[in-house]
Design a protein around this ligand. Structure first.
Ligand SMILES: Cc1ncc(COP(=O)(O)O)c(C=O)c1O
Length: 444
């Protein structure tokens, strides 16, 4: 007689759960699901596929010899410190340098109020951990960065999306969302926003809206979580003044990162917070990781102090601008009539809105078969929106590969449009949904 499966081995088969631990997980674990981007990684990284899916910075322009020498010198000269535990708040010298980086966006801050984190992703985690109980509301742009949505879900916060247009978050929609949450008897803890070169929307919040958004949030007693990894990657103009720089000392938690301006593999980011919040964040960080990696922090500090890092960022800007141009040049040639898209002035992403009831998620397997990958818009919503949207990244492939990827995508869309013209809406790829559903944002 065969024995039943051990609780430690996964079971499979009809009607049997695949995960033998399901009934033992904490409630919050059930909200943790692989993002659509993660699920895509395996196929999208095949060499024959042009991936317009991932948001990986292109590091080919980094001076690797100089960085290698700097790392070697650090270990040889200061190894006893660099390889040791460090402060839970982060290396004091790096925190000073971070203040000079933030000054480029008009922020005046004390190193005392900066906490170094393991990428800005950990800052998102710490802030949510410190502020959100299960069921608390987080207001977030529609669409929003998928990694932030994953964090909010992990802490069982409810995301209420706020509409955007080509000038970023819409202040009137923010007022309405705050009022609606209040009327429902719930409490919104903060507004999550990516004001510069938005991931995934590719738009930036207009100057005057920044003041208005800050004013709306502070009068409603709502914190602003300003997530700004792309702010120095503008193609046409100097950096825009941060929301934190507009009198937001007590109302804004500002997140920064060296992932897009230096190297994501070092996992060095930071959060600038009002003093009292900063203390809680350090306690939460210590509970999570004791301290951020000392060697990596020293590498970043050394890089900022000894290399022409701003010149390097300028080289990155030139490279990403060329890639953005390739994508924006090819899109009108390849997209079917009625397709619209955003025109980013910095950062990595273009947000596409498909015509009619084309469903990006349904089209993805066909696109991968045609050797091009994108991220379906639904990944960037906590609700069921985003089906007619997709995100294209131009940061990683060479310009000619970007053009080829857009051509392949155009072929897939043209085929779908033709099928529909032949067979009518019976061949519709998008399930019917109630009319009450909010329209997907059109940001062209
Ligand atoms: C808007 C946004 N926030 C945060 C992150 C996380 O960046 P990191 O943890 O590498 O600093 C990303 C990464 O793509 C992002 O796009």
């Amino acid at each position: 007689m065969s024995k039943g499966p051990s609780p430690r081995s996964p079971r499979s088969g009809p009607g049997v759960t695949l995960d033998a631990f399901t009934d033992r997980y904490a409630q919050r674990t059930h909200g943790m699901t692989a993002s659509e981007i993660r699920a895509l990684f395996a196929v999208a990284s095949r060499p024959e596929v042009v991936s317009l899916a991932g948001g990986m910075p292109n590091l080919s322009a980094l001076p690797l010899d100089a960085v290698g020498k700097l790392v070697g010198d650090l270990v040889q000269g200061s190894g006893a410190q660099a390889l040791q535990y460090g402060s839970g708040q982060g290396d004091p010298h790096l925190r000073e340098l971070i203040c000079t980086v933030m000054a480029l966006e008009g922020i005046e801050a004390s190193p005392e109020d900066v906490v170094v984190t393991v990428g800005s992703q950990q800052a998102l985690d710490l802030v949510t951990r410190v502020f959100c109980d299960p069921g608390d509301v987080v207001l977030a742009e529609a669409p929003s960065y998928v990694g932030a949505l994953g964090t909010f879900a992990a802490y069982q916060a409810d995301v209420v999306h706020v509409a955007m247009d080509e000038h970023g978050l819409v202040p009137a929609a923010l007022r309405e969302a705050i009022a609606a949450v209040k009327a429902s008897g719930r409490r919104a803890k903060f507004l999550y926003t990516v004001p510069n070169f938005h991931n995934p929307a590719g738009v930036s919040m207009a100057e005057e809206r920044r003041d208005e958004v800050l004013e709306i949030c502070s009068s409603a007693g709502l914190l602003v979580l300003e997530d700004n990894p792309y702010g120095l990657l503008g193609f046409d103009a100097p950096p825009t003044r941060a929301i934190r720089a507009r009198g937001g000392e007590d109302d804004v938690l500002y997140l920064g990162s060296f992932s897009k301006t230096f190297a994501p593999g070092l996992r060095v980011g930071w959060v600038l917070a009002p003093h009292a919040v900063r203390e809680k964040l350090v306690l939460a960080a210590e509970a999570a990781v004791l301290c951020p990696p000392q060697l990596n922090q020293m590498i970043v500090a050394e890089y900022l102090s000894t290399q022409d890092w701003q010149g390097q960022v300028s080289a990155f800007r030139g490279m990403y601008r060329e890639r953005r141009d390739a994508m924006l040049d090819e899109l009108p040639r390849q997209m079917p009539a009625g397709t619209t898209w955003t025109h980013p002035t910095g950062g990595f992403y273009v947000w596409v809105t498909l015509p009619g009831d084309l469903d990006a998620k349904v089209l993805l397997p066909r696109a991968v078969t045609a050797r091009v990958a994108f991220v379906p818009g639904t990944a960037f919503f906590a609700d069921d929106n985003g089906r007619s949207n997709l995100r294209l990244s131009y940061c990683f492939p060479e310009p000619e590969r970007i053009r080829e990827g857009v051509r392949r995508l155009g072929g897939v869309l043209a085929e779908e449009v033709e099928l529909r013209a032949t067979f009518g809406s019976a061949g519709s790829t998008r399930p019917n949904r109630p009319h009450s559903e909010a329209p997907a944002p059109d940001m062209n």
